[in-house]
Design a protein around this ligand. Sequence first.
Ligand SMILES: NC(=O)c1ccc[n+]([C@@H]2O[C@H](COP(=O)([O-])OP(=O)(O)OC[C@H]3O[C@@H](n4cnc5c(N)ncnc54)[C@H](O)[C@@H]3O)[C@@H](O)[C@H]2O)c1
Length: 367
Amino acid sequence: MFILSNIRVAVVGVGSCASSLVQLVTMAKEEVVGDTLKGVMYEQIGSYNANNIDFVCAFDVDQRKVGFDLADAIFAEPNVAKKHTEVPKQNVLVEAGPLLDGVEEKLAEIIELSSQINEVDTKYVSERLKEVQADVLICYLPTGSYEAVRAYATASVEAKVAFINATPEPVATDSYFQAKFHEYGVPLLGDDLRSHLGATTLHTALIELFQSRGITVDDTYQLNFGGNSDFLNLSSPNRSASKQKSKRNALHAAGIDASNVSAGPNGYVQYLGDSKVCYLRLEGSSVLGSPISLELRLQVEDSPNSAGVVINAIRIAKVAKDHGLSGVIDDVCPMLFKSPRYGATESEALKLLSSFVERYSKVKIPR
Ligand SMILES: NC(=O)c1ccc[n+]([C@@H]2O[C@H](COP(=O)([O-])OP(=O)(O)OC[C@H]3O[C@@H](n4cnc5c(N)ncnc54)[C@H](O)[C@@H]3O)[C@@H](O)[C@H]2O)c1
């Protein structure tokens, strides 16, 4: 009988999001079996709990991370994700990956490039993924790394490793990759990870609430500020174009014309560290054309907020692989990503995701 083993995960970009993910998996492993972790929506997906995840390889370009155990690299500068738990050695040394356009503009001021990046290419990454028998690759490259994201997506599909694109660079929304992942029989999830309860989720849920009462949304904004390296990178207009587009896609899928809506990263405020602050306003017309407006301020820890979504995406990618699904896994993407191939409203997205989880949790493969 085919018995499942743990999910073998490769990480590309050992930044703040990766730090929170590794910490979350560590905490899951320390939990008494059966206890639900706070903020984790599904205890089990398919036959996988959150503690059934093992990290098997990792790539970065910063010399403070390359050559170090993943457990240490996640706490190296310039990462600012908070340490919520001690992380035991993972026995995974972070390796140098191909640089391409990974580090440009403001990031070049804070990332110290490893000399080893000149010795590797996409083919090397693909060979390593095969060697370590990775099941899933999670791509946490900086926004704007168009070429680098494509290179790792190519390495992943050629090694037959499921790909999760946390970045807003187009992979799941790119027809070339849609066809390639389908042809190679490999699952693809993306693009641009949503946060567990972040600005986009709150914004789209509020738009749906207004619309469910027949109230039109006439004007709205979503202003975001933060102090991690993602926000520093996004403070360069050339690097933030894909993020702005992705946020507008999410609002468009929620049912409003977002072409002129200001929704994006609006500033780097260093002292905020990994805290993200969002100011959100909606103005609408209600009964008899009476005006209604709503303003709120959301503050979250940015990186753990992404880990709450990735912990589902990883298990879904593996379940899809176990069941021979290939190409973009459309049912789950609207809930997990801001820029899916097919957008949906907040409640439709949740329904689609939940029914996928329910469907594949009924057909359990023994562990
Ligand atoms: N924080 C969130 O909640 C959130 C939500 C949605 C999407 N995202 C996206 O996730 C991505 C990662 O975010 P983060 O906060 O971890 O960023 P980060 O800047 O902390 O980490 C990026 C890492 O990538 C490394 N890197 C750069 N070029 C590389 C290359 N060519 N090969 C390998 N590694 C390379 C950097 O050295 C750094 O360690 C970003 O694209 C961000 O927009 C984050």
